[in-house]
Design a protein around this ligand. Structure first.
Ligand code: CAA
Length: 380
């Protein structure tokens, strides 16, 4: 067993760290405040290959492994989780799904511009009345021979307005339950497709989260991913990898808050000494450090399993469950260590605390992860 990162992995980590400091840090507070999508930063991330990290180079991707992706996600999320969620959805949910299950034509037409960052993708599963209970899809895709007629509403869609290509999950045959669900590629601009209201969120405020409305949208048959009825399995398989991406985002948020808290504790004085010299603060930092390292091991192991073609449903769910809990606890403690400074925007930790919360909710809540984990261990 080798816990050391390779030279190549260290280089990717350093490149992401530099990018985060040089390109994401300036203006991150203002973007959060104004709910401004980091458009220029995302464009640069595309140019550097961060938006199609695991995609084969023949489809404009960077051809890297999952561990590289996780390392980059971790570094970017330390600074700007609004930018890293765009990267996570584009890589894990959209590019991976298309590359793994799409036809050659779909890859040529849709994967290539997504992997290069020329276009951004969105993954559309959640609905007003189907969040955790993902099989209860109300959006319908009625089979009309050479096309599907798509009707319904999707909610809380990351990249809702900034995307151009949407993977939409919809019910074709209600009688077949989850086996009657399809995944369709929908393009912005198709007649009857309207981007709805933007959500005013607690955290990741720079990312754009929207509802989407579909009214008699004609989606060509060739835009279906996989066989008829494969849509729910497509969503589940895609989300299994997505959870590794969000776990690495949570890990980055936690590590970013910890690094800020450590630095502050080494500089800030109280009662005649640096506050890290007070056991009350030192013990908090010791616990944060240990918990982050534990989460990191789970996240890297899940990535390693994916890279080694080992089933990662369980490890991905455990990584997300643990890393998101660690992100929440660590960011709350980082605010506490900063005292009054922690409660104001300038010191970054309050934003990280707000950003951390979503990692316990999207791509499967912590409770859903426990369902996945408990079913997996029960069946072992
Ligand atoms: N891989 C392949 N197939 C899977 C699977 C997986 N990981 N998980 C489930 N399935 C299959 C099952 O085998 C079953 O198929 P069969 O009947 O052929 O055996 C089918 O899917 C249905 O599975 P279940 O009976 O287990 O379904 P369920 O109703 O009990 O739900 C669940 C299972 C795990 C709770 C699922 O509903 C779930 O994951 N819910 C959470 C949804 C979610 O994560 N939403 C996030 C929205 S996307 C988002 O947040 C993106 C963003 O913008 C950031």
């Amino acid at each position: 067993m080798n816990f050391q990162l390779s030279e190549e992995h260290l280089m990717i980590q350093q490149a992401a760290r530099d990018f985060a400091q040089q390109e994401l840090l300036p203006g991150v507070i203002e973007r959060d405040d104004a709910q401004k999508f980091p458009a220029e930063q995302i464009k640069k991330m595309g140019e550097l290959g961060f938006l199609g990290m695991m995609v084969d180079s023949k489809y404009n991707g960077s051809g890297m492994d999952t561990l590289s992706y996780v390392l980059a996600m971790e570094e970017l999320s330390k600074v700007d989780a609004s930018a890293s969620v765009v990267m996570s959805v584009n890589n894990s949910l959209v590019c991976w799904g298309l590359e793994t299950f799409g036809t050659e034509e779909q890859k040529e037409k849709y994967l290539k511009p997504l992997a290069s960052g020329e276009k951004i993708g969105a993954f559309c599963l959640s609905e007003p009345e189907a969040g955790s209970d993902a099989t209860s899809q109300r959006t319908t895709a009625v089979d009309k021979g050479d096309h599907y007629l798509l009707n319904g509403t999707k909610n809380w869609i990351t990249n809702g307005n900034s995307a151009s290509i949407y993977l939409v999950i919809a019910q074709t045959d209600v009688d077949k339950g989850h086996k009657g669900i399809n995944a369709l590629i929908v393009e912005k601009g198709m007649d009857g497709f309207v981007v709805g209201k933007k959500e005013d969120k607690l955290g990741i405020r720079g990312s754009d989260t929207h509802s989407l409305m579909f009214t008699d949208v004609k989606v060509p048959k060739e835009n279906r991913i996989g066989e008829d009825g494969f849509g729910f399995k497509f969503a589940m398989k895609t989300l299994s990898g997505g959870r590794i991406g969000i776990a690495s985002q949570a890990l980055g948020i936690a590590a970013g808050a910890y690094e800020l808290a450590l630095k502050y504790a080494q500089e800030r004085k109280a009662f005649g000494k640096e506050i890290i010299q007070h056991q009350a603060i030192a013990f908090k930092l010791a616990e944060m450090h240990t918990e982050i390292e534990a989460a990191r091991m789970l996240v890297y192991k899940a990535a390693w399993e994916k890279d080694n073609k080992i089933n990662y449903d369980l490890s991905g769910a455990m990584a997300k469950l643990k890393a998101s809990e660690v992100a929440m606890k660590t960011t709350v403690e980082a605010v506490q260590i900063h005292g009054g400074y922690g409660y104001v925007k300038e010191y970054h930790v309050e934003r990280l605390m707000r950003d951390a919360k979503i990692t316990q909710i999207y791509e499967g809540t912590s409770e859903i992860q426990k369902i996945v984990i408990s079913r997996a261990i029960a069946n072992k």
